[in-house]
Unconditional design. Structure first.
Length: 716
């Protein structure tokens, strides 16, 4: 580890969320300032820093010093303190007041401000109000420094320190000193390990109650990240034992303490004991009780014949309903809650359009929604009706994590249609159904064979399997759909059958290709050729090509494929770099989290239309709407030449290329392959090995998620 000292001359860039920083450090006796990169929280221009780290070489920007840890060196001499305070760095202290304070307290000035601020009132011109302002500003300015020093002393890396500061703010130090294991609950994934690092340094024993409770919470959160709504007690204790190094039988008392504090709920059955995080139990139980309550209400009465339905739909929409679709339309109106499911080409979207028209005849208020922005826009495009994301419809406040619509303030509607319902997780389903007025009817539309929700639960499957609501399954593939190899091969995969990939007749183009490549290197090379040359030449009418891959890491993962595709597809000059991504004009980008202020949502894809380097901002075009990002907001964006299959749910693209290698084996599943294939409208190409394809086809383990909704719905 190398240590350097200098004055922070300029903050070139700093991400306010994770404190990733690019800065210039002026070092004595060196002409040019040194470029510093790393996670530096609580540093300001003009301050002296001592930084430990290592030298790295950036391919474009040359030598840089990567910070691993650092300390802010406050000035010790009278002249240094005078310059520091006189710089205006502390609100309430200008140059003349700084001179007065330093003249009075000399070398003790900073110690007085930090530890005995009441003595500042001895200075002429500083009353109680001014003293309070100086004290508050000093504490705010140096709170981060104190926290960083504490965390570094306890061997917590600066990257994680930034995450902790983001959660607790000015209370960080008090919380971590009193009970560091709070991190296990508030920072899923790494919180327990970080808390353990801090606690062990202070002498906490391995079987300490707080440690064991935190370990149980950590394990339950890990189960949740894997899609489970609860954990079985035996498996929970085993997982916690592996993490903590404490025997499984030592966790019983800690579990009782969590139960007493209402942090968990336990369901005991003859064969097992289920342990829930309280919020997940509340959500799952709430869904079940609310569904039962809605089902107990009478359905909306209607007076319309089958002939009238056929006539109106045909006249207004120029659509002729199949007997299967007509059966759904006429019977759906008799139910309070229904599920409409079916694979590609079975007419789900046509059915939604017809239903909207029939509901209009009945003067019923219909609201269309979907879990993601792209799914909602697609629903709107194909139905001609306005559609909303569920979060926007329910009035989600991202900053406070609250929903405006609820039992006391329900939505105003008669019919609530939710498309892509397989993407709805337990928490969102609870919020959705809680906001429904009891008099309304709910229609869940989706394909149960697609990937389950990213969040915990098997909502759509559980509702179907409970047999408490009416299920309408569309099974007939329409004649035009039968001519599409995309749809026919997808149905083969759905049924666990290897598609018969027929060789294309010479001179004819197909909608589906499987290109055999045995290695990840060859897969990447083929994908680059397909995107840059082969598809644009053979299919000039296809405007959007989307590459999908199961994983982020690895040669055929999103990170590397995005970098390689950017090189061959975007020759634009200039750009702004942040955290190893360079955003350039014409780049295809994806927004990563819901931003209600910008009206851009997780999974939305746009094109960078302009990079304004002198103002450190970029402009992105989302379907004709220009959205501005400054450099501090670029962590909300990533390149989108390649995206994960999970991120593609609810979307359709002109052409889809699927990377499929044995290196992806942890995620090779039948429903993942099926989901990827059904994203393509006009062209689907799988690039990979037959072995990987067979691995995905033979792995149908979607039923492994632990969820109790089905059982709760079946209880009378």
């Amino acid at each position: 580890m190398i240590t350097i000292k200098g004055i922070l001359e300029r903050l070139t860039y700093q991400n306010q969320d994770n404190h990733y920083t690019v800065a210039k450090l002026r070092i004595a006796k060196i002409n040019d300032p040194v470029t510093i990169v790393g996670h530096l929280a609580g540093v300001f221009e003009g301050e002296s820093l001592e930084i430990s780290g290592k030298w790295i070489t950036h391919p474009k920007y040359g030598d840089q010093f990567k910070a691993e840890s650092y300390t802010v060196i406050l000035p010790a001499t009278v002249s240094g303190i005078r310059k520091y305070l006189g710089s205006g760095i502390i609100k309430g202290i200008g140059k003349s007041l700084a001179d007065k304070i330093v003249d009075h307290f000399k070398e003790q000035t900073l110690d007085i401000i930090e530890n005995e601020p009441e003595k500042l009132t001895h200075i002429h011109g500083i009353g109680k109000g001014k003293k309070n302002l100086i004290e508050q500003t000093w504490n705010k300015h140096h709170a981060v420094r104190r926290v960083m020093q504490f965390l570094q002393e306890n061997d917590v890396g600066v990257y994680h320190a930034a995450s902790i500061l983001q959660i607790y703010g000015s209370q960080t130090l008090d919380i971590l000193q009193q009970n560091p294991y709070t991190l296990a609950k508030d920072l899923p994934g790494i919180g327990f390990t970080l808390a353990d690092t801090i606690a062990m340094k202070t002498g906490v024993k391995k079987d300490d109650e707080n440690r064991l409770k935190a370990c149980l919470i950590h394990s339950l959160l890990s189960f949740e990240q894997d899609g489970h709504v609860y954990g079985l007690k035996k498996e929970l204790f085993k997982a916690s034992s592996r993490t903590s190094g404490v025997e499984p039988d030592k966790f019983d008392h800690a579990l009782e303490l969590l139960l007493d504090s209402d942090e968990i709920i336990i369901e005991t059955h003859e064969d097992d004991t289920k342990v829930y995080l309280s919020r997940l139990y509340k959500a799952e139980s709430g869904i079940a009780s609310r569904i039962k309550a809605i089902l107990s209400m009478p359905a909306i009465p209607y007076q319309i014949s089958k002939d009238k339905i056929l006539e109106k739909v045909l006249t207004k929409l120029a659509i002729k309903l199949s007997q299967e679709q007509l059966n759904v339309v006429t019977n759906v109106l008799l139910e309070k809650i229904v599920v409409i499911t079916g694979g590609p080409g079975t007419g789900k979207t046509t059915l939604i359009r017809a239903l909207c028209e029939v509901f209009k005849i009945q003067n019923l208020k219909v609201v269309l929604s979907a879990p993601t922005g792209r799914a909602a826009r697609r629903l709107s495009e194909v139905t001609g009706e306005k559609a909303f994301t569920l979060h926007k419809l329910l009035g989600f406040d991202y900053e406070n994590q609250t929903f405006d619509k609820n039992f006391a303030n329900p939505l105003e509607l008669d019919i609530f249609i939710v498309d892509e319902a397989s993407m709805v997780d337990t928490i969102l389903m609870y919020r959705l159904i809680e906001a429904m007025p009891p008099s309304a009817s709910l229609m869940l539309v989706g394909d149960t064979f697609q990937l389950p929700s990213v969040g915990p639960g098997n909502i759509l499957s559980d509702i179907i399997e409970s047999d408490r609501v009416k299920i309408f399954s569309l099974t007939t593939i329409f004649r035009q759909a039968k001519q599409s190899p995309i749809i026919m091969y997808a149905h083969s995969i759905r049924n666990g059958e290897m598609p018969n990939f027929q060789k294309t007749v010479t001179g004819e183009l197909s909608e589906f290709y499987f290109i055999e490549n045995q290695t990840s290197q060859k897969v990447v090379k083929t994908i680059l050729e397909l995107c840059s040359e082969r598809i644009p030449k053979a299919f000039p009418h296809i405007e959007e090509i989307q590459v999908l891959t199961p994983m982020h890491r690895g040669e055929a993962g999103t990170i590397n494929l995005n970098q390689q595709l950017q090189k061959v597809l975007n020759q634009s000059e200039g750009g702004i770099e942040t955290q190893d991504i360079i955003f350039k004009p014409n780049d295809k980008v994806m927004h990563l989290k819901n931003n209600y202020e910008k009206d851009v949502f997780n999974g939305d894809i746009g094109i960078v239309v302009e990079v304004i380097k002198n103002e450190n901002k970029i402009l992105v075009n989302y379907d004709g709407r220009i959205v501005e990002y400054d450099i501090l907001e670029l962590d909300e964006l990533t390149l989108a030449y390649t995206i994960s299959v999970h991120k593609s749910q609810g979307s359709e693209y002109g052409a889809v290329i699927i990377a499929l290698t044995t290196a992806h084996f942890p995620l090779l599943q039948r429903n993942l392959l099926y989901t990827a294939m059904t994203r393509g409208k006009h062209l689907v190409i799988i690039v990979g090995s037959s072995k990987a394809l067979k691995m995905a086809l033979n792995n149908n383990k979607t039923a492994l998620r632990l969820s109790g909704l089905k059982q709760k719905l079946m209880q009378t």
